[in-house]
Every structure is written in C-alpha cells, then in structure tokens.
Ligand binder design. Structure first.
Ligand code: ADP
Ligand code: MG
Length: 348
C-alpha cells in the first residue's frame, strides 16, 4: 500500500511546510508538546519508553529553547544584539560558548557556498524591513542604500576569533542567524532528548524538523508541503536521525510598492532571490540543512553545485514557475503523493 493511500489520524503544525503524521497503526500515541518560539510553532512528538515520563525533559527543553530564542534573536535585545553592537564599533566581544560555536560554524558554512548563505548581511535584511514580527506593507529600499551596503562588502570572513573573543575587521558586518539558528537549535533539542533516554522523537519548528528513531509502531512519516501552502507534494519515511529542512519564500514576504518581496536575499545583488519557491534538504544535521536550503534558494538554476559544495545528496527544489527538481538520492526515497501532474525532473 502506498503511503499516500494510508489514512492519517493527525496532521500536526498547521501552517508549516512539513507535517508529521501518525497512522491508525499506532500503538501508543506519542507524547506531544508545543511552544511558540523562533517566530513559529515548535512541536515535539516523542515515544515514552515504559516507565519513562518525559515531563521533566520537556520542561528543560522548553527552557533551553526559550533561552536560545532570546540569545540569538536578530532584532530584539539579547546576546546577538550585544555582539552586533560590538562588531559595529570594532570592539572585541566575549561570546558565550553556544553563541561562539554558532557564529564560527556560520562563518565556515558561508565560505563553503561562496557566500550565498551569508549571515553577515543583517544590515541589508534590516534595510528590506524583514527585522519585524509583522511584515508591513511599504516601499522598497532605495537603490543607493542597497548599493552602499553591497559596497561595504559584508561577509563573515571579516570576523576574527581569539579564544572566546570575536571582533570584526568590517564595521558593516551585522549578524543575522535567521537562516540557520533554527536548524542549530533543532540539533541541540534532539541531542538533549537523546541524552535523557528519548531516542524516538520529532522536533518540528514550523516545518523544519529533526526526526530520530521511529514513530509509534513504524517509521516517522514526513510530508513536504507544496510551496503554495496547498497540499502535500511528497512524503518521506525517516531512518535513524535525519533533518528535513525547507527554506521558502512563500511564508515570509512584504508587499512593497504593490509587489511581493520575499525574505531570502541574494547577497550578490542585495535583492530578494526569486528563482526558487522552496528548497528542501535532507541530511543528518539540521544546522547544515538550514544553511544549505537557504543557499540553494539563492542559487537558482545553479543549485546542484551548492548541494555538492555542502556534501548534500538529498534535495528537492520547487522553482518559482512550478517545476519540481530532485537530486537522484532524494527522488529515490520520496513517495510522490502529488507530483503526477507536475513538471518533475531529476537533475543532480
Ligand atoms: P525559512 O524562514 O523559510 O526557514 P531561511 O532558513 O532561508 O527560511 O531563513 C530566512 C532568513 O534568513 C531571513 O528571514 C533572513 O533573516 C535571513 N537571510 C535572508 N537571506 C539570507 C542569505 N542569503 N544568507 C543568510 N541569511 C539570510
Ligand atoms: Mg535556512
């Protein structure tokens, strides 16, 4: 029986790009928790082994994620804000270990894709008005202002590290970890659950998720939603620990001068990247998947080169004009629920 014909009991996380589904074959229902963090709903589903109550670990996880949400926020007061102020004034900043690791990794991931994922473009992202909870209508930034920021040549290469101290050689560098921190937090969440004896879990932050182990009586099934928000394009069963992360320009965008401008920017031009509607990456590491899915969204038709640069063999792209493109390894594992009528190709 194909997965698409099975009957599903629940569809969690409404509004997300991906949905975790549990079937009627379930033995015991999974334990669930839900919080609003990182600008999205975070859903946890886990299997409690006999005699193992997940209540304490869920409380600990909620507290840790809340802390990271505050520490890594791009535009609200917190540690990242303090770091950005120091970078702008050329002062050294002593970073707490998890922020330091996050920034160092972001620098090296940016280097791997030639800066298509560029966490140093916080100034540009702010200029486009994406540093707000609500996406207000308005006017597009002036070409001069965009050019000035591009001329400042902001890349994370300007960051230097000395022990736990960070500084920037370029005062225009402003870190925005929005394309990456959520993935990083998902990895930390899964590790915490695993270390407390919960080996079968899905942590889902608005459609970006890490699954580990198995669901109730069978593997976890993950649905990849169509970028339009209507329907599921494909389903996959995860095995072991796997991250499934989607970057999309369909959920967060502003209407400026009557047109839609999406929140993923092309650091080469300073303008929103428009060729890709959504990019889904599957790999072991959610932080890598998050940075890679953003870089793939920026790359457009050249996206297979970016996947190779990140060592990723499973990716799926929906182009702005509705074509669905797969890497071979991704195509071979998905159940194509809703691909029949679409222009599908295996291109990498
Ligand atoms: P989603 O929010 O759909 O998961 P992403 O993971 O791609 O999407 O993150 C998009 C966010 O990353 C933007 O809101 C912005 O804060 C930041 N960003 C936008 N463009 C880039 C880029 N080229 N490199 C790094 N960060 C970016
Ligand atoms: Mg991302």
């Amino acid at each position: 029986m194909s997965m698409s014909r099975r009957r599903f009991l629940t569809a969690a996380a409404a509004g997300s790009a991906l949905v975790v589904l549990a079937t009627q074959q379930a033995t015991l229902p999974p334990r669930r928790a839900r919080w609003f963090l990182f600008g999205t709903l975070v859903d946890v589903e886990l299997i409690e082994p006999a005699g193992h109550d997940a209540t304490p670990v869920l409380a600990l996880l909620a507290e840790r994620l809340q802390r990271l949400h505050v520490d890594w926020h791009a535009w609200k007061p917190g540690r990242l804000g303090d770091l950005n102020r120091a970078l702008a004034s050329g002062l050294p900043y002593v970073a707490e270990p998890s922020l330091l690791a996050l920034v160092r990794d972001a620098q090296s991931l940016s280097q791997r894709c030639g800066g298509l994922f560029n966490p140093a473009i916080g100034g540009l992202i702010g200029l486009w008005g994406f540093h707000r909870d609500e996406m207000l209508a308005g006017s597009i930034p002036s070409r001069d202002a965009i050019e000035r920021l591009l001329d400042a040549d902001v890349t994370p290469d300007a960051l230097t590290f000395d022990g736990d101290t960070v500084r920037s050689r370029n005062p225009a560098v402003q870190l925005d970890l929005g394309a990456y921190a959520k993935g990083y937090a998902l990895d930390l969440a899964q590790t915490l659950l695993h270390d407390h004896g919960f080996a079968d879990a899905v942590v889902n932050a608005g459609g970006d998720l890490v699954a580990s182990g198995r669901g109730p009586g069978r593997p976890w099934h993950i649905g990849i939603r169509h970028p339009s928000g209507r329907g599921t394009l494909a389903l996959i069963e995860t095995a072991g620990r796997e991250a499934v992360v989607t970057s999309g320009n369909y959920e967060r965008y502003r209407v400026l001068d009557g047109r839609r401008y999406a929140h993923i920017l092309d650091p080469r031009t300073g303008w929103p990247a428009e060729a890709v509607a959504s990019a889904t990456v599957v790999c072991a590491d959610a932080a890598l998947a998050d940075a890679a899915s953003t870089a793939i969204s920026v790359a457009g038709e050249q996206w297979p080169d970016v996947a190779v640069a990140f060592g990723i063999d499973q990716a799926m792209v929906v182009t702005a004009d509705g074509r669905v493109q797969f890497t071979r390894a991704m195509y071979e594992r998905v159940d194509p629920v809703n691909l029949r009528a679409r222009a599908v190709s295996v291109i990498a």
